[in-house]
Design a protein around this ligand. Structure first.
Ligand code: F6R
Length: 536
C-alpha cells in the first residue's frame, strides 16, 4: 500500500470498513475533506480504526445505506472532495462490486465469466484484452458476467469496449530475477520498436503515422513547451537540447506539478509536448488541461494506449516499449529519448537541416540497439564496480550538455532503488556551492560522453580529485585523458553527442541496479513509490 494518510502498516491497509463491517472499500486517490467528514460521522456514532482518508468513504456510504447500495453510493459520492477511484462491496450484495472514479483512471476488464477493475490495465492484461474506460463520475455496477454503467444523473450509459494491444500481455519476468532487470535488458528491442517504420533513409528524415497535425501546422511552430514529471521530465530535458540544436526551435521544459499552478504565458504558435510513460500522471494531465484551456495544441508521448493523457491530447506518439512493470522507469526513458530524437529530426528536416545531416543522424539512431547491447554485455564489469561502491551513502552524478539531464536521471535511479542520497548536477555548477560536499566519502559518477565539453568536464573532475573524491567515469571507448583521474571507468561505445544519453543511461541503470541489489533493496517495488502517480 502506498500511504497518502497514516503510516503504511496493516491497520491502514485496504480494504477499509464501516463500523459494523457491512461494507468494504478500496480506494486510489485522496479525499481532501476527510477531516470534516470524519468529525461529522463520529458525531453520528461511527467508530474509526485507521488514520486513512479512505475509511471515511466506508462510513459515509454506510450512513446513507437503506437497502439500495447504488443509491447510497450516488448520495455519498458528491460529498467527497478530491481525486478518487473507489471499489466497494456490501455484505448484503455479495455478487457485485460498485466502482466509481472521479478525476482518476479506472478501467474495467471484461473476461469470460469474470470481470476486473484496476487503475492500470497491466494488472489484468494477462486475463483479458477487452476493456471499458470509465468516464469521469460514471458509476459501474459489476458482476461476474455483467457490467452496468450509470452517469452522474443515474442514467444508464452504453458502454464502449476497447481492445488493448497484444504486447500489453507481455508481463512475464522470464529468467530475470526482477522486472527491472528484464526491462533494462529489453532496451535493444524497445529502442528498435520505437524506430520501426518511422524513418525515411532516402530523405534523411522521420515521420509518425499517428500525428494528425498537418505539415503547415508543424512548420508554423515557433516555440515548444514540454511538460512531464520525474524520469519523463528528464527525457524532456534531453529533448530540449536536441530540438534546439537540431531544429533551432526554442524549448521550455517544465515540471508538471509546478506548471499546473502557474498562470502560464503561452505565446501563439506554441506546440506543447506532454511526456508520460503511464499516461495517468495526475500532475501532467492537470497541466495539459490547463494549457488546453489556453487553446494550445498538445502532442502526447506515451506508452499506454487508451490512457487518460492520450485521450486528452490532440495527437499522440506511442513508445511501443511494452508494459513497464518495475516501479522505476528504465526502458520507457530510452524510448522517450528515441521518439523525441525522431521528432527533432523531422522538425529539423522541415526547416534548414540538410539531407546528408539527416541521414547521418538516422545512422546514429539505427546503431543504438547494438550499442546498447554492448553496454548490457558488460553488465558483469558494472556489477563489480557496484559491489565496491554500494556502502557509500552519498553520490554526485555530473555531466554537461546532454550529460546534464542524463546525470539527473542516473541520480534519480540510484536514489529510488537503493535509497542512497544522490544528486545530479551540471558539472560547471559544482564550484558554486556543491563542491563543499566532496570528500573521500562522496563518490562522483562522471558522465563523460559529450565530446564538445569533455575537456571542461576533465577540469571539474580534477577539482574533485583534489578534494579526495572518488570518480567513477562513464566514458566512450576512444576517450583519452581519464586514466589518471578516474578511479573506475565504465567504457561505453561511442556515438554522436546528441544520442549519448542512451548508452550512458543504460550504464547508470545497471550501476544503480547492482548497488541496490548489493544493499538487499526491493528493486521492483521500492518503498514509498507507486508505478502510476494518479494523485497530486
Ligand atoms: C522514476 C519514475 C518516475 C516517473 C514519474 C512520471 O523512475 O518512474 O519519476 O517517471 O512518476 O511518470 P509517467 O512517465 O508515467 O508520467
Amino acid at each position: 500500500r502506498w500511504a497518502t494518510h497514516g503510516k503504511p502498516n496493516k491497520v491502514n491497509a485496504h480494504p477499509h470498513f464501516d463500523t459494523h463491517h457491512t461494507l468494504a472499500v478500496v480506494h486510489n486517490g485522496i479525499i481532501e475533506n476527510h477531516d470534516a467528514l470524519r468529525r461529522d460521522l463520529k458525531e453520528k456514532g461511527a467508530i474509526f480504526v485507521s488514520d486513512t482518508d479512505t475509511e471515511v468513504i466506508a462510513h459515509l456510504i454506510a450512513d446513507f445505506y437503506q437497502g439500495d447500495l447504488l443509491k447510497a453510493v450516488q448520495q455519498a459520492v458528491p460529498l467527497l472532495k478530491g481525486a478518487f477511484a473507489i471499489a466497494l462491496m456490501h455484505r448484503e450484495h455479495p455478487d457485485q462490486i460498485i466502482a466509481i472514479a472521479h478525476e482518476t483512471p479506472l478501467i474495467v476488464g471484461i473476461g469470460q465469466d469474470e470481470t476486473f477493475i484496476s487503475s492500470d490495465a497491466n494488472a489484468f492484461s494477462q486475463y483479458t484484452k477487452e476493456v471499458v474506460y470509465l468516464n469521469n463520475d460514471e458509476i459501474a455496477v459489476i458482476k461476474a458476467n455483467k457490467l452496468d454503467v450509470y452517469d452522474v444523473h443515474n442514467k444508464p450509459v452504453a458502454v464502449e469496449r476497447h481492445r488493448i494491444s497484444e504486447t500489453s500481455g507481455d508481463i512475464a519476468k522470464g529468467h530475470f530475477e526482477t522486472y527491472t532487470l528484464k526491462e533494462i535488458h529489453e532496451q535493444p528491442r524497445s529502442i528498435h520498436n520505437a524506430l520501426l517504420s518511422r524513418t525515411v533513409e532516402d530523405y534523411g528524415t522521420a515521420f509518425f503515422d499517428e500525428i494528425d497535425f498537418d505539415h503547415n501546422e508543424l512548420l508554423a511552430v515557433k516555440r515548444i513547451l514540454i511538460l512531464a514529471c520525474g524520469t519523463s521530465w528528464h527525457a524532456g530535458y534531453v529533448a530540449s537540447y536536441l530540438i534546439e540544436d537540431m531544429a533551432r526551435i526554442p524549448v521550455q521544459v517544465e515540471i508538471s506539478s509546478e506548471y499546473r499552478y502557474k498562470n502560464p504565458i503561452v505565446p501563439p504558435d506554441t506546440l506543447v509536448i506532454a511526456i508520460s510513460q503511464s499516461g495517468e500522471t495526475a500532475d501532467t494531465i492537470a497541466a495539459v488541461k490547463e494549457i488546453k484551456a489556453k487553446a494550445a495544441k498538445v502532442l502526447a508521448i506515451c506508452n499506454v494506449q487508451g490512457s487518460t493523457l492520450t485521450r486528452e491530447a490532440d495527437a499522440c506518439i506511442f513508445l511501443r516499449a511494452g508494459p513497464e512493470i518495475g516501479v522505476c522507469s528504465t526502458k520507457a526513458f530510452t524510448s522517450q529519448v528515441v521518439v523525441l530524437a525522431l521528432f527533432s529530426l523531422m522538425m529539423a528536416r522541415m526547416r534548414h537541416m540538410s539531407k546528408q545531416e539527416g541521414q547521418a543522424f538516422l545512422e546514429g539512431l539505427q546503431t543504438l540497439p547494438e550499442k546498447v547491447q554492448q553496454v548490457l554485455d558488460n553488465s558483469y564489469l558494472i556489477e563489480e564496480i557496484a559491489k565496491k561502491y554500494a556502502h557509500y551513502q552519498n553520490f554526485f552524478f555530473l555531466g554537461r550538455r546532454y550529460m546534464y539531464p542524463t546525470s539527473l536521471e542516473g541520480a534519480l535511479k540510484l536514489k529510488e532503488i537503493s535509497y542512497i542520497n544522490a544528486n545530479g548536477y551540471p558539472a560547471g555548477e559544482m564550484k558554486h556551492g556543491p563542491i563543499a560536499l566532496i570528500n573521500e566519502d562522496c563518490p562522483t559518477v562522471a558522465l563523460c560522453a559529450n565530446k564538445f565539453t569533455f575537456e571542461k568536464l576533465l577540469s571539474n573532475l580534477m577539482e574533485i580529485k583534489a578534494r579526495n573524491g572518488k570518480v567513477i567515469a562513464i566514458a566512450e571507448q576512444d576517450e583519452k585523458g581519464l586514466q589518471n583521474i578516474a578511479d573506475e571507468i565504465i567504457w561505453i561505445p561511442p556515438t554522436i553527442d546528441e544520442l549519448a544519453a542512451i548508452p550512458s543511461t543504460i550504464a547508470t541503470q545497471l550501476l544503480a541496479y547492482y548497488i541496490a541489489k548489493e544493499r538487499g533493496a526491493d528493486i521492483d517495488q521500492p518503498r514509498n513509490l507507486a508505478k502510476s502517480v494518479t494523485v497530486e
